[in-house]
Design a protein around this ligand. Sequence first.
Ligand code: MN
Ligand code: MN
Length: 464
Amino acid sequence: MDNEKTREELLKEKLFYKKENTFANADETYSKRVSDYAEGYKAFLDNAKTEREAVCESIKMLKNAGYTEYNLGDKIEKGGAYYFNNRGKSLYAFRIGEENPERGIRICAAHIDSPRLDLKQHPLYENEGLAYFKTHYYGGIRKYQWVTIPLALHGVVTLINGENVEITIGENENDPVFCITDLLPHLAKEQVSKPMGSVFTGEGMNLLIGSQPFGKCDEAVKLNVLSILNEKYGISENDFMSAELVALPAGKARDMGLDKSMIHAYGHDDKVCAYPALTSVIDCKDSEHTVMCILADKEEIGSDGVSGMKSSLMVDIINEIAVATGANASVVRANSMCLSADVNAGYDPMFPEVYEKRNSAIMNCGVVMSKYTGSGGKSSTSDASAEYVAYIRRIFQEEGVIWQTAELGKVDAGGGGTVAKYIANQNITTVDLGVPVLSMHAPYEVIAKNDLYETHKAFCAFCK
Ligand code: MN
Ligand code: MN
């Protein structure tokens, strides 16, 4: 047998691009690192289902790593590691490196809000002996996926005296859960013939929360619900007006597949990028660069508002860093680089018709870079430069990061955006990078552990 490669094979090896699968050269050490990292992520995810919870969990990790709380106007020193808690809903962590910040800050920016059902300001009502909460969905959900599954309530009620009452119901084994009911198949003859998008309406997403009356009166079931809430949390119906309560899928992140190679959980988008963004900034404590991790809110609804990426806060903090280190803020931003850390659609063999396979993210083929996002003719994307993508290729090659590039589905099949453009609009070189996800925006999404680990490696290579 002649084992010599043919001329053609050799030339192909030299000239062809070959997508690398993370399992191709995975040894026991690699698998152990992947699974250890995934355990940390699952624990984070279970305690960080909302942006507020994610901020709290992240602050715990930052404090453990020696980061101290910073407020605008506070002193910033070289070598210092700080976090800025923005109203409990978004978070900026940064470490000032030895290098002059005018050489640029390395920024990893992810978002910590996820699609869910927010309660309305007047949520509670009773109908035929059943009590409900009215909801207004948050982010791009496919409504039919959210009915009949067990939902938990998370959030805060701010009382008129300013005190915050935190509420989490439905996560402990003995807690009750809630759900939105659906029609039985026996009576769904007309419903099933309707177009999928029209079966469930926004106003139909009402959460069933009680059925037992309080004594004998009008609206006795509603009264009983309020009486239970009042006893446990000291709140009354008026307090819903100053509350942020959300219904989201109950339960913990679970390993998925017989081989446990994947994770099935609520909120991978975008905690699966927020966690590696945070761990890599924490881990790169010896970096000479100034590094920053941004965990933004409101991405799922357009990044507006004080906790969204369109706010001036990032620029304000960079200005503060510049002033403290005697740097020119415009130069700092012009030389800064950002990885916009967000999930991408994993290629789903169940739905090949919406993907263009050559330019799709394949599960277990590593972290995915998107030079551009947007929709229909690259509309609304910052589209990273060839030079920046080449730089990222170089550092990934040096650090052995397994990665791939992808677009979100076929041209004109739809599309989507991230926080990348809001950061790029501030004159910061930015490209999208993240984890491929199956069933994105569904109550429970799927990711591969190897891809998660490669994402952590990628951010480390960037911050180093
Ligand atoms: Mn996202
Ligand atoms: Mn999303």
